[in-house]
Design a protein around this ligand. Sequence first.
Ligand SMILES: Cc1cc2nc3c(=O)[nH]c(=O)nc-3n(C[C@H](O)[C@H](O)[C@H](O)COP(=O)(O)O)c2cc1C
Length: 367
Amino acid sequence: MTEFDTPFTFKRGLQLKNKLVIAPMTTKMSFYDGVITTDELDYYSLRSGEVGAFITAAANVHESGKGWEGELGAYDDRFIPGLAKLAAAIKKNHTKAILQIFHGGRMTDSKVLGGAQIVAPSAVPAERPDAQMPRELSETEILEIIEGFKDATRRAIEAGFDGVEIHGANTYLLQQFFSPHSNRRTDAWGGTLEKRFTFINEVVDGVTSVVDASGVKNFIVGYRFSPEEYEEPGIRLSDTFYLVDQLSNKPLDYLHLSLNDYTRISVSEDYKEKTILAYIHERINGKLPLIGVGNVRTKHDVQNVLTHAELIAVGRSVLIDPHWAQKILDNQENLIRRELSSYDREELKISNGVWGFLQGMMPERLK
Ligand SMILES: Cc1cc2nc3c(=O)[nH]c(=O)nc-3n(C[C@H](O)[C@H](O)[C@H](O)COP(=O)(O)O)c2cc1C
């Protein structure tokens, strides 16, 4: 069996001291303009130093891509000093720092965008309460957003990060281009499955070319995706197999499957024999390492995920117990704190928004 407490080396040379990764989690702690706060640095610092890598909260690569208040910005050079502080806060005791880069597309609202209309591949609102009507992006704007992903990568390199993760999951812009629900375009950026992959293709090629041209050593690029959608039409697992086939042939360092539970079974009748994680791992067939995630609480979960993945990401367990990873590594599972009620919020250094989310209810004033 693969050991989770032994090192892992990526294609571009970066080595992790163990196979535990902190999953990207929005903190809602940055300033109104996307600059990191000292509270946010404290949140990262408290949890770093134990795991192999720490993937940051999603950082937007373009002003039109801001998804919520308190979001980290990476869309201008003025963010580089703050991003450098973030990379330094994470990089202690050999934990590697990965910046997650994204654009929210239609999953935001005009209030967050300072009054501007939200944008998306097509003028189709998301299927959620109070979703706003997006404006279809022009080709010039699409190319500008691709440049945004490339520039954010350059900033991550300059700020001292060890890599970037392209956020193609959780219904945001990259997924919106791939989805037949949100992408109804009839130009080069939409239509067939192949054409709906065009935007992802350009972003991945753009980001990896920036890394390779920069000459930086050991800087990795990962890609995160969601396996399926519930909308009709929507992405199905068979579409995701196509996505995985394409991405597996790219000069990426890893793929990261976004799941709330690693034991989840597909909604597709054709793929109910094993977990989604198992199907995806089988499809990648060793071409790239896969990060598995979703409700990992115990060492047993860690070992289960590793039967269908090379690395394990952990989110909520590390929010609730900042030293969850060390306790797992030290065989001290009995010391893991699993109840929010055993803390006060400030001890965990998380925002009201995340605290409320963890309790299963958002305080009215933060909605
Ligand atoms: C508070 C919170 C914020 C999150 N923010 C992000 C994010 O910015 N980017 C992302 O890709 N996933 C995000 N996620 C999803 C997690 O990365 C992870 O996939 C999910 O929580 C399941 O893992 P877990 O059960 O270990 O928490 C977030 C999850 C939580 C709980």
